[in-house]
Ligand binder design. Structure first.
Ligand code: FAD
Length: 421
């Protein structure tokens, strides 16, 4: 029997928080989770469900600034930064610029690859548990392109991926079409990242919550953490809804709200919310279906088969949290689909059918994962950005290893959560 290790309090019921609970539970911790909303939505639900060892290049990479500036002048483009004099955005932007260099990419690539590969095999383990069935399919992701320029860039990236030991096939038009016998592809070729996969994130989240509840984990919903009771280098309690919650260990997740949570504990974490949209589509003709998840590269649109339907998602708007749906961006997604997938006649969804979420984007494109050096009983897990779902299980496993004073399975030094303090 696992020994009782003490009590752990987790802030946030996204994939980072739930995975932390899953792995802490295995080590005998008594766990409670505080969540400011109910358990029906956050960034971990409506995302594209992709598991992405292919994303070994951080968001901050050479070339993104020039491309980003070009996109700023197109209302339907996949990228937008809301012009603002907010100090949060300016400070984030300066750090982002500082990291858009090849040195940073080279330094980060193998660390990100290792996190994602380990996480992918942990998803496989979770899926073996009969209490889970979240449509996990580790059959690869297709990167589809229509232009010679992108073909050239992606081929170079695929060679780099190969040199990092990732399983990749570079395919011409015929080769990529053979992988999708039930849907016409209007592309000049593509890369099959066989190391990748996809799932249904809504099923994963719901099943994870049921699993944890059945194991006795307590969820305090509608409990927003607003402060901490700190003595020296130790958190004694956190404050939510005017009540104190004490524990031996505290795990701070919080997704795109992590900077506010951390600031209240005197820790500076830099993140910008990267807003994105998704919607579900039921193909008119059921003969037309996709076997793989795919990225329509020039359009930056994600396409994922889910539960007999297809989820389309995309756009990255860097701005503070706001609930308004930018229909021009959704139109941009809809209009790009038939250019790659002519069989899919997708109508512009109604506002009520559109989901949005905020990717927690760090300026250097790296997650925040590790033990706080300021507060000895605090572990931070967040900043997953565009791969936060993919990284869920390795976040959770690492949190559990740190709480148990074990050496983490993967090297996490580069992800130090206090690196911008
Ligand atoms: C359109 C789109 C597509 C995406 N596709 C993919 C993909 O294919 N693959 C992938 O890996 N990633 C993808 N992502 C990114 C991924 O969804 C996120 O990185 C991930 O879900 C973040 O998980 P999280 O647990 O850190 O945060 P969240 O899921 O946002 O959870 C954080 C939770 O903390 C709670 N919280 C915050 N502050 C407080 C507080 N003060 N008190 C109590 N609770 C609090 C929030 O309410 C929230 O429930 C996508 C994102 C978008 C927008």
């Amino acid at each position: 029997m696992t020994q009782n290790k003490g009590k752990a309090l987790i802030i946030g019921a996204g994939i980072a928080g739930l995975s932390s609970a899953y792995y802490l539970l295995q080590k005998g911790w008594q766990i409670e989770i505080l969540e400011q909303n109910d358990l029906s939505n956050n960034c971990s639900y409506g995302n594209a469900g992709m598991i992405v060892p292919s994303h070994f290049t951080p968001l901050a990479a050479p070339g993104v600034v020039a491309q980003g500036i070009r996109w700023m002048f197109d209302s339907k483009s996949p990228f937008y930064v809301k012009p603002s004099l907010s100090t949060q955005l300016l400070s984030w932007g300066l750090k982002f610029l500082k990291h858009t260099n090849q040195n940073h990419v080279d330094r980060s690539a193998s660390a990100i690859r290792d996190l994602n590969l380990e996480s992918s095999s942990l998803y496989n383990e979770i899926a073996q548990n009969p209490e889970f069935d979240f449509e996990l399919n580790q059959n690869g992701i297709l990167m589809l392109y229509k232009t010679e320029k992108v073909a050239e860039e992606e081929t170079e990236l695929a060679h780099k991926a190969s040199s990092l030991g990732l399983a990749v096939d570079i395919l011409d038009k015929k080769g990529i079409q053979e992988l999708e016998p039930n849907a016409q592809l209007d592309v000049i070729g593509g890369i099959n990242y066989k190391c990748d996969g996809h799932m249904n994130p809504v099923k994963l989240m719901k099943q994870m919550i049921s699993y944890l509840k059945n194991k006795g984990i307590i969820f305090h919903t509608q409990h927003k953490v607003t402060g901490y009771e700190i003595a020296g280098n130790t958190i004694n309690a956190i404050i939510a809804n005017g009540k104190k919650f004490s524990a031996d260990r505290f795990v701070m997740t919080g997704g795109s709200f992590l900077p506010e949570l951390a600031q209240k504990a005197g820790i500076k974490i830099q993140l910008m919310p990267g807003k994105g949209y998704s919607f579900m589509h039921t193909p008119e003709n059921p003969i037309h279906r996709l076997e793989h998840a795919a990225l329509l590269l020039e359009a930056r649109v994600a396409v994922t088969p889910m539960n007999g339907q297809i989820r389309f998602g995309g756009t990255m708007e860097l701005a503070s949290h706001h609930d308004k749906i930018n229909m021009k961006k959704v139109e941009g997604i809809v209009q790009s689909i038939p250019k790659y997938l002519p069989d899919f006649k997708v109508k512009l969804p109604k506002e009520s059918e559109i989901w949005f979420g905020y990717r927690p984007c760090a300026p250097d494109g790296l997650p925040y994962l590790g033990q706080s050096s300021k507060l000895k009983n605090l572990i931070i897990a967040g900043g997953g950005g565009m791969m936060g779902l993919s990284l869920g299980p390795i976040f959770g496993k690492t949190v559990s290893e740190l709480a148990n004073d074990q050496k983490p399975t993967v090297e996490i030094k580069i992800f130090n959560p206090e690196r911008f303090n």
